[in-house]
Design a protein around this ligand. Structure first.
Ligand SMILES: [Cu+2]
Length: 546
């Protein structure tokens, strides 16, 4: 009976989109029919707007035809326009590029269609179609337009005043005082009319701009409070309902589903120094409240990034922060008997400013690209890269090799059904993303999205109501948490295709590879988490992006 409960929902457990702040690009690696594809989709910054799609097919198959089209959750396949062709890049075998119009704001995905040998294959990649930027006019365009505008206003006033005076003077007659008076009236009336038109235009433009602001994507925010209890301290996260509205819709929190078996993946990072990092999994109390036991962490201000996945295949990051003050609260968090959840972990690394001050115990010194780094427990890691140079916007495979205490390739085990997890954070907190490795590709989420689109159902039609959906998910998670770890991992990985299974280069799974494209230049810290000998092993690396 319990097993039956679990299985239908397992299909919802694995998705491909990554939760992020300030890193909207979607990188997808998977299978399209018999071929491997790597897709990099850069969504439109403004909607309506153009998304750029790059598809790389490493096997470079002959005689195929690739197309892409946006499929909206609210419109389904029937409401989808015909696909746009992808163009093969000359001189770059297996690389295709294309552009895609997103006309409306909403939850969307990109359907990749391939015709090969008379057969049609499809893949679906969830992509956000929300405006994320408000662009302002450049001075080079603004100044000439302003000069032209002033010229047009003067011209219009002149036309009106002439129409009232000179134009009604009989031919051959001299100017007279009446006509002069009429001209002055004309200038006055014309100016008033033009001012009214300009004022009306500005009011209209401002209101359009305000409507656009409502549609601008803003992360959901939450209030965090630390609460002391005898067995440890708890972090309570209360979603700010004022931040749930998104354009004309409200983000439905009842329709969140587990990702890697967890409803929420919460990351705590100490602000500024980035020397404290924790990955925790809060429990849901009700649709707006989550709670998790905190590890022993030093006082300071903390970033909170909480990732959730919605039924539509989207991952989102809820942002929050909290402070532990130097005097009072530190006592309360130093209870040494704190026992965290089995999948929860935290680590201390050197502060980005360089000085190790407040922390003692196991402090990891962050690695740099290409240099071997010691990790806790005698393990070590190398960020394998050709050079130390990373550039904004280029697609990289971030490759990490893990070694056991003897220096041999470590045998990696799944951590929450994945061979690794990574968190990328720009020092100032403006870019955050939770990445998963390449080579793990979820058939379940693909199947779910494809079947749903083919069924013709749109929006939240034919889904259980919010509360019963939430209850059934909670039940599934409860059953899931009680399973022995091995069984749970095999269920989590059950519907995944492992693309690197036969890769001779990475025998023994000692590598984790995260495809990623840095969205902005700056300094980044990257935390990599893997599981070796049943223990979660954390590594951290620093990198500068040009
Ligand atoms: Cu997690």
């Amino acid at each position: 009976m319990r097993k039956k409960l679990v299985l239908p929902f397992l299909l919802l457990l694995l998705f491909t989109a990554s939760s992020h702040i300030g890193s909207p690009g979607v990188i997808y690696e998977g299978l399209l029919g018999p071929y491997r594809i790597l897709a990099n989709i850069i969504p439109a910054e403004v909607v309506p707007g153009i998304a750029r799609v790059t598809i790389i097919m490493p096997e470079n198959p002959e005689g195929i035809f690739l197309e892409v089209r946006p499929v909206y959750w609210s419109a389904g396949l029937k409401g989808t326009p015909k696909a746009d062709p992808m163009i093969a890049m000359p001189g770059e075998p297996g690389k295709y590029e294309g552009e895609l119009w997103f006309m409306n704001s909403g939850t969307s995905s990109v359907q990749v269609i391939m015709q090969a040998n008379g057969e049609t294959f499809e893949a679906v990649v969830p992509v956000m179609a929300w405006p994320t930027a408000k662009n302002s006019m450049t001075t080079e365009l603004g100044v000439p337009l302003a000069i032209l505008g002033i010229f047009l206003v003067i011209l219009m006033v002149t036309i009106i005043s002439s129409a009232m005076s000179d134009s009604i003077r009989d031919p051959g007659k001299d100017r007279n005082p009446t006509a002069d008076k009429r001209r002055k009236y004309g200038v006055a009336i014309g100016s008033v009319i033009m001012l009214l038109i300009l004022w009306g235009g500005k009011t209209w433009w401002d209101s359009e701009s305000e409507i656009y602001n409502d549609f601008l994507f803003k992360p959901i925010q939450a209030n965090s409070t630390v609460e002391a209890q005898p067995e440890g301290n708890y972090l309570q996260l209360e979603i700010d309902t004022n931040t749930l509205s998104q354009g004309k819709t409200t983000r439905k929190l009842s329709f969140i589903v587990p990702d890697h078996g967890k409803l929420m993946h919460l990351f705590l990072i100490r602000k500024g120094d980035l020397d404290v990092f924790a990955h925790l999994h809060p429990e849901r109390i009700d649709s707006l409240n989550f709670k998790v036991k905190l590890p022993i962490i030093p006082p300071g201000d903390y970033h909170v990034y909480a990732d959730i996945t919605r039924y539509t295949g989207f991952s989102e990051t809820i942002v929050s922060d909290f402070s532990i003050s130097e005097k009072s609260d530190f006592q309360l968090v130093s209870n040494p008997k704190v026992i965290l959840g089995p999948d929860d972990t935290y680590t201390f690394s050197n502060p980005v400013s360089g000085k190790i001050t407040s922390l003692d115990g196991d402090i990891m010194i962050c690695g740099k690209p290409g240099i071997k780094t010691d990790l806790a427990g005698g393990y070590s890691a190398v960020w394998e890269t050709d050079g130390e140079k990373f550039e904004t916007g280029a697609l990289y495979n971030l490759d990490f090799a893990l070694f056991d205490p003897e220096g041999k390739p470590a045998k990696l085990e799944p951590y929450l059904g994945m061979m690794g997890h990574a968190v990328v954070l720009k020092h100032d907190g403006t870019v955050y993303i939770h990445l998963h490795p390449t080579g793990n590709y979820s058939m379940g989420s693909q199947q779910m999205l494809l079947e749903r689109f083919e069924s013709g159902k749109i929006g939240f039609q034919n889904l259980p109501t919010g509360l019963s959906f939430q209850d059934s998910i909670d039940q599934v998670i409860e059953v899931f948490n009680l399973l022995p770890e091995a069984e749970r991992d095999s269920l989590l990985m059950g519907n995944m295709v492992h693309l690197d299974k036969n890769d001779p280069e990475h025998e023994g799974h000692s590598m984790v590879i995260f495809p990623y494209s840095f969205p902005q230049p700056g300094n980044y810290r990257i935390w990599v988490q893997v599981k070796i000998d049943g223990k979660i092993v954390n590594g951290a690396f620093d990198v500068e992006v040009d």
